[in-house]
Design a protein around this ligand. Structure first.
Ligand code: IPE
Ligand code: IPE
Ligand code: MG
Length: 252
């Protein structure tokens, strides 16, 4: 393994190789607690969290990860204070604007998953804009989940299937796993191999329930604003020793 500054943050990271992880999905949790520990407003934690996103995105190609999916805002996060929700939505827009040049120059293809209709039209336009601008890139596939909930995604997919059946486009007998997968927001994504949740919580909070059927999970005690490329590299290195059986039996 070679040591390299992969995140641009001045930290030397051992680059894992041959870990076999194509797609990493991260539940970026702990921004609020990170700020609270310092007596700062929650939004300061979210801002630090956004800086982490920048570093982790940048590190992925060198860490051998081609697909990265980030849980930024859940369908349940609307329950938070108006101040926090508006602050987060503003941050998403500013992040897209400030990162667009760099992401497209670095070969990152950006996609979003989640229901868009509830988002401000201005944010929706920024999202569509960066998706179109980076559609030809493939060095890293970055998917950001905003107003995403796994149950909501399945409900929307079921509705589309029902419409297709009612219109006679497909027969009920053709409703198979592939027909459902193709109608999810993640239709163009491979299933995640590894899901990391930071902040010590061991739950999935409505993140990719269908897609994660055979994902491996890692629960890190680190609060998201403290999560580093070095920790991600260590998690990836550990992944290679896991035995994925998919319900089968591995021959001795
Ligand atoms: C994760 O951090 C970011 C979002 C859910 C938007 P939290 O805001 O959930 O932080 P904690 O869990 O309160 O510490
Ligand atoms: C999950 O974190 C959602 C995101 C990281 C965007 P939450 O902080 O919302 O999850 P709970 O409430 O602890 O389950
Ligand atoms: Mg949380």
């Amino acid at each position: 393994m070679a040591a390299k500054d992969v995140s641009g943050a001045g930290e030397l990271v051992e680059q894992p190789s041959g870990h076999g992880v194509e797609h990493v999905a991260i539940i970026m949790d702990g921004n609020g607690r990170w700020a609270k520990l310092r007596g700062w407003p929650r939004l300061v934690g979210h801002r630090r969290g956004a800086e982490r996103v920048r570093q982790i995105v940048r590190a992925c190609p060198d860490l051998g990860v081609r697909w990265l999916t980030l849980y930024a805002f859940s369908t349940e996060n609307w329950k938070r204070s108006t101040e926090e929700v508006i602050g987060l939505m503003g941050m998403f827009g500013r992040y897209i604007q400030s990162e667009a040049d760099r992401l497209s120059a670095e070969g990152v293809r950006v996609r979003f998953i989640g229901g868009r209709e509830r988002l401000e039209p201005r944010l929706q336009a920024l999202m569509a804009g960066i998706e179109a601008r980076t559609a030809g890139n493939s060095r890293l596939n970055l998917t950001v989940a905003i107003n995403y909930g796994g149950r909501d995604e399945l409900v929307r997919a079921a509705r589309r299937l029902a419409e297709d059946v009612a219109a006679g486009r497909i027969a009920p007998a053709q409703v198979e796993e592939a027909a459902i997968s193709a109608r999810l927001d993640t239709a163009d994504l491979p299933d995640p191999d590894l899901i990391i949740r930071t902040s010590g919580e061991a739950r999935t909070s409505n993140f990719l329930p269908w897609q994660a059927a055979y994902a491996e999970y890692e629960f890190s005690p680190t609060l998201w604003p403290d999560f580093t490329a070095a920790e991600m590299a260590a998690i990836l290195a550990r992944f290679s020793s896991r035995e994925r059986r998919y319900g089968g039996v591995v021959k001795a």
